[in-house]
Design a protein around this ligand. Structure first.
Ligand SMILES: Nc1ncnc2c1ncn2[C@@H]1O[C@H](COP(=O)(O)OP(=O)(O)OP(=O)(O)O)[C@@H](O)[C@H]1O
Ligand SMILES: [Mg+2]
Length: 237
């Protein structure tokens, strides 16, 4: 049995800038199952990032509901939401988003601060995670002393800090050359395979999307294609 971990029910996201009204998401229905590896694909401006941030509860929808493990999170207060999000979801961004003044170790330790772990515990875990991503030798370096691929590995270690069930990655290889991108993708795939993480990634690179069994295509804020589990099962019948 595949359990639904995140569900979007008729989610709309409308941005209003003065007179302008931008419908970034237009009635999205999506179920993400535990242990899936999903690629979200679509052209620039189609709503991929907005969708990913909605899935990750970083962004509150204008309309519709988002359920995280069956709980409606659409109307939670920001502080409750931050807590729930921090425990369940880890984010990896295209531009790494590390804090320049902090070392790799401190960057990885940071999100654990908000989940009430003490300093020794945070340091121990961050050291362990940097080892997992192969950066034990570079723990005390700051981001500008690391290559793009190394910075993304720090960001992956940071995303794992609170042992989230779900990892969301927005163009995680977008700023990397193809060889480094492949290494990062393999690292993410291993987290999915070996640690059972649910992995949702946004990409417009078909070479990256091929790691995903399920591909969700989005255009103008609507899902145009979904190679979902249910549909694949129906297809075989
Ligand atoms: N904060 C915002 N305010 C206003 N409009 C926004 C905002 N964020 C996104 N949009 C608009 O919403 C639409 C979807 O944007 P989104 O960033 O989700 O696209 P995307 O598919 O991730 O594109 P890309 O591949 O270029 O990253 C676009 O038209 C964009 O201009
Ligand atoms: Mg985007």
């Amino acid at each position: 049995m595949h359990q639904v971990i995140i569900e979007l029910d008729n989610v709309w996201k409308i941005y209003k800038i003065g007179e302008q009204r931008i419908e970034a998401l237009r009635g999205i229905n999506l179920k993400i199952y535990q242990n899936e590896l999903v690629a979200i694909m679509g052209p620039s401006g189609s709503g991929k990032s907005t969708l990913l941030y909605s899935v990750g509860a970083l962004d509150i929808p204008t309309k519709g509901a988002i359920y995280l493990k069956g709980k409606n999170i659409s109307h939670m207060s920001e502080s409750t939401l931050a807590q729930v999000r921090g425990q369940t979801i880890g984010f990896v961004f295209q531009s790494f988003n590390l804090i320049p003044s902090l070392t790799a170790l401190e960057n990885v330790m940071l999100p654990m601060t908000f989940q009430g772990k003490n300093r020794d515990e945070r340091k121990r875990r961050a050291t362990e995670l940097l080892k997992v991503v192969g950066l034990s030798e570079r723990m005390y370096n700051r981001p500008n002393q690391l290559s793009g691929g190394q910075q993304q590995r720090v960001a992956i270690a940071r995303a794992l800090g609170n042992d989230p069930e779900v990892i969301l990655a927005d163009e995680p290889t977008g700023n990397l050359d193809s060889t480094t991108g492949k290494a990062i993708m393999e690292m993410l795939e291993n987290l999915h395979k070996d640690y059972g993480k649910t992995l949702i990634l946004v990409t417009h690179d078909p070479n990256i999307a091929k790691y995903a069994k399920r591909k969700v295509g989005i255009l103008d804020g609507k899902i145009k294609h979904d190679g979902s589990l249910e549909k694949e099962v129906l297809w075989k019948k």
